[in-house]
Design a protein around this ligand. Structure first.
Ligand code: GLU
Length: 494
């Protein structure tokens, strides 16, 4: 029997989840599901200076929303509590530190002379770095503490002297590994640094904790963003030093912005939270993110998560950066919106309408469905409804008319038309669909105006635009009073 595939998403809870992070989680998830493997979630919080309160809850909630299910490690229970499942825990690194999990491994490395204590002060290291930069050299530790005899070093530690533990790299050795996407990577240790493995606060660095944990948790494939590829030789060397087999490495192409620069969270864009708030569907966002660096074996672009699981594989992941294109995201999301029934979509747009102040919780369901049907083909993300349907609900003084609309509503003939329109709608108590369909015929009959000269001014006056979806729907949605009020306002103000 072949070995069970085990992959992990290992975020540091330093803030909200970024699009690039969600894509990493997704690719791990797809690979796990495709191969009947396990998807783990481990929290890498050893950098206490970057810790952000509440970030973990938010992260887990966001993954759940996106439909990424965690099999093992840290996850949310059905009632929304943070829990850990699995027998290789704890799955939060700060707790693993507390349990002393990393100690014996670092002791082993020191004992075997593959790591050494370093007593250099931050000041010395800063000056060294400055000097190396000024000399045009690659900044790296100069190995001063390498030569301290082990016994002496251990004695200094016992006396409570501040120190870190560094990896002792061999002077001249090629480190090689095969990345599933980028191919063979090779680097000589003379171009690498004696990486700090244990910091002066006693916490392991990312590099040390990641290899210990991936090993102990039985991770078979490390799938992560390619910003980590330059760290991988250190990891490969550490696996060798520990006498462990390294997992397979799969580095995903960088997510770029339109200027082909890294689409980074430092600029504040690209937070999953924001896309969620704007009303992208999880199905749409996930579909789009799958295409960010991966392509199917066909022209097809719209996928359910089930389709993605079936088709996903590493061999169709690109080597080069993937540009995040929000227009494409909208296009993909629009497809998923149109896959919803009117009933489902109406429930999803309702909170956006309420937030925009169009109506309240008790709004007529029939009207909501009609509104949904009217705009379904134009909505690309749920919040679009706030702009699309605005004219039906806002106060006249807050209305905006396009230049074309203003032209259509300002003529004497248009104003006469509005009077006739008002007279027609006054002949009924309430405008239902049946009546709405007859309105324009009656107006035409009474005014003798037809075609464009008839429809343009009415549409322009009511909606602020000369183009748009089925106007008869707007008659029903707006109702008698609102239309009367709007037409009188237009008559008096233009
Ligand atoms: N904790 C790292 C991060 O924040 C994980 C890197 C890895 O997957 O090895 O992205």
């Amino acid at each position: 029997m072949s070995k069970e595939i085990r992959v992990r998403f290992a975020p540091s809870p330093t803030g909200y989840l970024h699009i690039g992070g969600l894509r990493t989680a997704l690719f791990n998830y797809l690979y796990a599901r495709k191969n009947n493997g396990k998807m783990l979630l481990r929290i890498e919080d050893t950098d206490r200076t970057r810790y952000v309160e509440g970030a973990l809850e938010n992260l887990l909630e966001t993954l759940k929303w996106a439909g990424i299910e965690i099999d093992e490690g840290v996850k949310l229970s059905d009632d929304g509590k943070i829990i850990e499942v699995g027998d290789k825990g704890p799955y939060i690194q700060s707790q693993r530190v507390k349990e002393g999990i990393y100690n014996k491994y670092i002791e082993k490395l020191i004992e075997e002379d593959k790591a050494y204590p370093c007593f250099c002060s931050q000041e010395r290291l800063d000056n060294l770095r400055k000097q190396q930069k000024a000399d045009g050299l690659m900044p790296k530790y100069d190995g001063l503490c390498r030569s301290i005899p082990k016994e002496e070093a251990l004695e200094r530690i016992r006396n409570g002297e501040a120190h870190t533990i560094r990896l002792k790299l061999p002077a001249n050795e090629d480190i090689e590994f095969e990345d599933a996407i980028k191919g063979k990577i090779s680097i000589n240790t003379k171009d690498m640094d004696d990486q700090v493995l244990i910091k002066s606060d006693g916490f392991p660095t990312y590099h040390f904790a990641v290899i210990v944990d991936d090993h102990l948790m039985g991770i078979t494939h490390v799938i992560r963003g390619d910003e980590w590829i330059s760290s991988t030789p250190k990891h490969v060397y550490l696996y060798k030093a520990m006498g462990w087999d390294a997992p397979k490495f799969v580095h995903l192409p960088t997510v770029l912005n339109k200027d082909r620069k890294k689409y980074s969270k430092r600029n504040g864009d690209g937070m999953v939270e924001d896309f969620r708030e704007e009303g992208y569907l999880p199905e749409g966002l996930i579909n789009y993110l799958a295409l960010l660096g991966w392509a199917p074996d066909s022209e097809e672009e719209i996928f359910s998560i089930k389709d993605l699981i079936e088709q996903f594989d590493f061999d169709r992941i690109s080597k080069t950066g993937a540009v995040f294109d929000v227009e494409k995201l909208k296009w993909v999301d629009g497809h998923h919106i149109r896959n919803l029934s009117d009933e489902e979509l109406s429930k999803k747009i309702k909170p956006y309408c309420i937030k925009a102040g169009f109506f309240d919780e008790n709004y007529s369901n029939d009207k909501l469905l009609l509104l949904t049907d009217t705009w379904k083909s134009a909505i690309e993300k749920l919040s679009d409804i706030e702009t699309l349907a605005r004219s039906y609900y806002v106060d006249d003084k807050d209305m905006k008319w396009t230049d074309e609309a203003v032209e259509a509503i300002s003529t004497q003939k248009a104003k006469e038309l509005f009077d006739i329109f008002i007279k027609v709608v006054e002949s009924t108590d309430e405008i239902d669909m049946e009546f709405a369909k007859t309105i324009m015929k009656q107006v035409q009959k009474e005014s003798g105006i037809k075609g464009k000269d008839l429809w343009f001014p009415i549409r322009a006056a009511l909606t602020g635009n000369v183009h748009g979806p089925e106007l008869v729907n707007a008659f029903v949605i707006m109702g008698k009073e609102k239309m009367k009020e709007r037409l009188l306002y237009v008559k008096n103000n233009f």
